[in-house]
Design a binder for this molecule. Structure first.
Ligand SMILES: C[S@@+](CC[C@H](N)C(=O)[O-])C[C@H]1O[C@@H](n2cnc3c(N)ncnc32)[C@H](O)[C@@H]1O
Length: 163
């Protein structure tokens, strides 16, 4: 049984299960994605559905992205629940194998996952100014109740040399 104290610990370490009410389905604002797509040229949307995918080539929940290969230039706006560290680890592993992986996630810099997978680990962190307006499935949108960041993992051969 999960107690209130457990929930508080969980929230403190990982952030809440998902800050977004219907969380996992909040889609990235198209104009925000398009700018990044112009820069990176994504070849896979690794977390998507038939109605919200940003790239023709995508993995859905039913297919389960965790069990599929992430190759090429990967876009990932994952569910922000307690598995976020697992998503980031998947991205890191894919980058180690040659993929470039770009995440859009909430900027929770006090969480365990931020310190284990992002801070001083990712090749780049871009903190988003202002709040993104995520899109609901019915086409309406809503300002995020949290700050966002773009986290980029690049393949080893593309990493800047640290001296
Ligand atoms: C926050 S939405 C992002 C949608 C879209 N990629 C975008 O950027 O607008 C996350 C999506 O991941 C899907 N998802 C959840 N678990 C997944 C899994 N194990 N494998 C693939 N997709 C998953 C959800 O159904 C949802 O459509």
């Amino acid at each position: 049984m999960t107690t209130f104290a457990d929930q508080c610990t969980q929230t403190a370490l990982y952030g809440s299960t998902d800050d977004r009410p219907d969380g996992a389905e909040w889609a990235t604002p198209k104009s925000f994605f398009d700018k990044l797509d112009e820069e990176f040229g994504f070849t896979l949307d690794s977390c998507a559905s038939a109605t919200n995918h940003k790239v023709d080539n995508y993995y859905s929940k039913e297919q389960d992205s965790f069990s599929l290969p992430w190759t090429g230039i990967v876009w990932c706006n994952p569910p922000y629940g307690k598995e976020i560290g697992k998503w980031l680890q998947k991205g890191r592993n894919a980058a180690a194998q040659g993929a470039t992986v770009v995440f859009l996630i909430h900027a929770r810099t006090d969480t365990r996952w931020f310190h284990e997978h992002v801070y001083k680990i990712a090749n780049e962190i871009r903190f988003v100014k202002g709040r993104l307006k995520f899109t609901h499935q019915d086409g309406t949108y809503q300002s995020a109740p949290f700050p966002s960041m773009v986290v980029i993992y690049r393949p080893p051969c593309l990493k800047p040399k640290i001296i």
